[in-house]
Design a protein around this ligand. Sequence first.
Ligand SMILES: *Cc1c(COP(=O)(O)O)cnc(C)c1O
Length: 369
Amino acid sequence: MSKWLENITNDHVLALTPYESARRLFSSEQNQSAGQVWLNANEAPSAQDYQIDSTLFNRYPDCQPLEVIGAYAKYSGLSKQQIVATRGADEGIELVIRAFCEPGKSSVLVCPPTYGMYAISAQTFNVGVERAPLNQDFSLDLATIETYVGKVNVVFLCSPNNPTGTRLAQADIIAVLNMYKDKALVVLDEAYVEFDSDAEQTQLLQQYDNLLILRTLSKAFALAGIRCGFALSSAEICTTLLKVIAPYPVPAPVAQVASVALSENGVIVMRERVASLQTGIERIKSELANIPNITLVGDAKANFVLFKSDENPQLMRFLVENGVIIRDQSKQLNLQNCLRITVGSDAENTKLLSLIQRFFDQAAVRNAS
Ligand SMILES: *Cc1c(COP(=O)(O)O)cnc(C)c1O
């Protein structure tokens, strides 16, 4: 980096390393090379068709397009004042930090192993990150979480959690809301809630004014490419988030696609997709469970399966060499030797499972000789 640029760059930015998103590790250009199977980013295996109407593309869109907010209000059972549309749930995370944390002063609390963007987003704003690791069974460690009351402005929870696939107990979420009442905002990330309707906690918004729920169209709605998510909270908190959001966060084509996806028919299509992916999840789980060297880890309440094996570094390499990309989670706290598989199409799941089987068959031969 040039000296002058280094001089003007914020110190905390100099110290950052870019988030290793699935797409940065393996770009979609590589994806286009023949026959690659992408099971590393919790995306849906295929896209729907959408028609775009460009009539008003010369105009700026509404900051919060009514058709999108209205559709999400209907879908979630909340009022329009309780919904903010964002550029993916990732922007929701960032807005919360920008609205409620003071750079260089405030901290957030995260419960690893969990989604990496809470900590990364905090670090990009020079906001501190405290950690209350999940218990061995991936439940919340309430006693440790309680020690941070008064020390953090935001607590990030995720249910179903990425990458463990586990659902948080409602009683534990309520305990956190109560211990942080009048003290901090509790963000509950429900990016995968369509795969586990029992995890849904929107009803808690009526009772707890310190709860904010994050949602996305990237996972069950198969729209990771359009970048559309939602923050659900009290009208007061939503108004505050709208103070820090970009002037036009929801591009017109995104609004059009999102409204169709959230229409009555769109929701039916989404539920069918979820049901079919859940069949794939059950298949992956049962076939992996039959492989002696593999242990399933956590749960599969989302669209992925997490598993552990001593041979995982070699297995990961073998899969990449054979064109199947899954996600290494071994650097996450307490997830040594864990890999995460996003459920794919039937054909993709078949290819993946037969490669894993082949790898362990060959390993058995290697070990025997
Ligand atoms: C994928 C994911 C997100 C990000 O969703 P976008 O809407 O695509 O930004 C947020 N939280 C969790 C837990 C995720 O897995």
